[in-house]
Design a protein around this ligand. Structure first.
Ligand code: GUN
Length: 292
């Protein structure tokens, strides 16, 4: 069993991006600028956004954090998106999800200029991704495929089972794995809460990508010997750490890992890859590599 070390790979990619930013700076070019909008004080969202802003600083990007209280209105948030769409210095921005219940996430996502949608959540980016056109690919799926690429994991002709059908991970990663490209070219099965014979389907998988948000869902008796397992889960559960909680994945790691050829740990697997994928999208936005 070999660990898919997202932290090590992401450190390498960060060096590559920082080098490119340095070259842009020396040539007097446009320094990439990412803005993040954070609503409320959800612990997980605070942590993720802080980490995104910190990574921008590490790489030499400009970053802006825009905060609103939980009671911000949908109109105020739409006005903020409109300002960011128009602000010439900002190359890309994200609105951290989830949003409070009184705000329509879909309405906010659709109000973002797709050319600045570095999360890749806008229907134009999702649609272009699904037919293989240049676009911003959402960060978690892009990060997973980059891990496969850097570890030379063969995906062509393999049976890839995706557990979960969210718009952020399950659907786009399934789309990318079936795409006529490498990594890709897999035979993909997507399972969800109504899937029958889940165990049998998983047992036939060469690659399992678990994105359910159910701690330790995937057990050893669901995994074929030699499978590649990618764990997207990050549920905070009580644990013996500084702040009294720890991150738990969707895979029962201790019993599943001995059966795997490769497996991602939690933390240190998919998480760091997600952040660098967002940074890569911001660099592409700054260079106007995808859209003019
Ligand atoms: N919430 C959980 N993951 C993400 C993400 O990738 N982007 C945004 N904007 N919100 C999230």
């Amino acid at each position: 069993m070999q660990l898919l070390d997202g932290r090590a790979v992401s450190d390498q990619i960060k060096k590559e991006i920082a080098g490119e930013v340095l070259r842009i700076r020396e040539a007097g070019g446009k320094i990439p600028h990412l803005a993040a909008v954070l609503v409320g004080h959800d612990g997980g969202s605070e942590t993720y956004v802080r980490s995104k802003v910190r990574t921008c600083e590490e790489l030499g990007f400009k970053s802006s954090l825009i905060r609103y209280e939980e009671d911000v209105t949908e109109e105020e948030l739409l006005a903020c998106v409109d300002r960011l769409n128009k602000e010439a210095d900002i190359d890309g921005f994200i609105v951290q999800l989830p949003l409070p219940k009184h705000i329509s996430e879909q309405k906010i996502i659709e109000s973002i200029d797709y050319r600045k949608d570095v999360d890749g959540f806008h229907p134009i980016n999702v649609g272009r991704m699904s037919i293989g056109l240049p676009c911003f690919v959402s960060a978690t799926p892009a990060g997973i495929l980059e891990l496969f690429r850097r570890y030379g994991i063969e995906t062509r002709g393999k049976h890839c089972v995706v557990l979960g059908r969210s718009n952020i991970v399950g659907k786009p990663v399934a789309m990318l794995m079936m795409q006529k490209s490498e990594p890709g070219n897999s035979t993909v099965t997507v399972c969800h809460s109504y899937s029958a014979n889940l165990k049998e389907i998983c047992l036939s998988a060469d690659i399992i990508i678990v994105a359910l948000g159910v701690p330790e869902f995937l057990k050893a008796d669901m995994v074929k010997e030699g499978a590649v397992v990618v764990d997207v889960g990050t549920t905070r559960t009580p644990g013996k750490t500084r702040n009294g909680s720890k991150l738990t994945g969707d895979v029962k790691f201790d019993e599943v890992s001995p059966k795997c050829s490769y497996i991602t740990p939690v933390p240190g697997g998919v998480g760091p890859m997600t952040i660098v994928s967002l940074m890569r999208n911001t660099l592409l936005a700054g260079k106007k590599s995808i859209y003019e």
